[in-house]
Design a protein around this ligand. Sequence first.
Ligand code: SF4
Length: 326
Amino acid sequence: MNCNYCEWRCDLTKGKGVCGMYELRGGDIVEKHPNKWSRCHGVYIERIPIFHAWPNKRFLQLGCFSCNAACAYCINASIAIGPQEPITFTMTPEEIVDLALKSNYKGIHFGINEVTVNLPSALAVSKAAKKQGLIVGCSTNAFFTQEVAKLFSDIFDFFNISLKSISDEFYKINLGLPSAVPVMRNIKYISSHAHVEITTPVVLHGNESELPQIADLLHSINPEMAWHIFRILPKHLMANDSPPDVEYLSAMVEKVKEKMPYTYFGNFIGSNWVDTICPNCGEIAIERMCDCACGAKFLKNNTLNGNCSNCGNKLPIIDDWGNDLC
Ligand code: SF4
């Protein structure tokens, strides 16, 4: 019997599957660790990073453990790859939603590890959260099946999708995944149903040169999409490698911004690339600071009901002023 949550489509009659998080019980595929979490903390949405939705709002961030990929540079390897299971705790969907409401959070975000590997628990939390009017989103590698893409886009309001490359070769060598094709297919589908931002972690001498081709692809899907170019400080198997060169990447970012005006570049102190600039007048619409943590710190919102307060240009930013989610 095959698991249809991600494109590995593991036959669980033959073993534990790539992620090791599901098993067969009474003819059904079930989670081995339902309602188990390794992380539960508050986070500003800019840290996810999501820059074009609910600026400066706090979300409850949840993570479980394991992954369906094995990125050689993974910065969360102790949680996502192992070798040991991290310490976990049990929280029911109701307890999680209650905590988010009491903390006055805007919603819930699934991150830290790949949400596909604990999908039933994440969906149960999401459904309970939506009933209470909370916003729900996730960070994902999007190597899930079309069935799951539909399921996710019906319930999640926002996604940060990691598109590491458009090359199958890069996915095979650096991520242990067989192909980039399902990821690109899912980005196309989900971005027509929910708010999507893309993150491309850049590895030295790895995928830097692909940025113009990735820009072409994203432009063909939605030229107003936020695209985060993330300078990886490699860990795990690449812990001894250097991070990519800031000057080289800055020149690339300058170039790709012609295609993708909302391209951001961070994970180094002093980045000038984390503000949202109005493409019409060139003024700063949302000001942020890069402090070398994930994403950026929100500083100032110069938009008015979704428009640039300088020139009135409509910006692709969602907040509580009534913009549609798509
Ligand atoms: S979610 Fe896990 S068990 Fe299911 S197909 Fe993917 S890797 Fe295999």
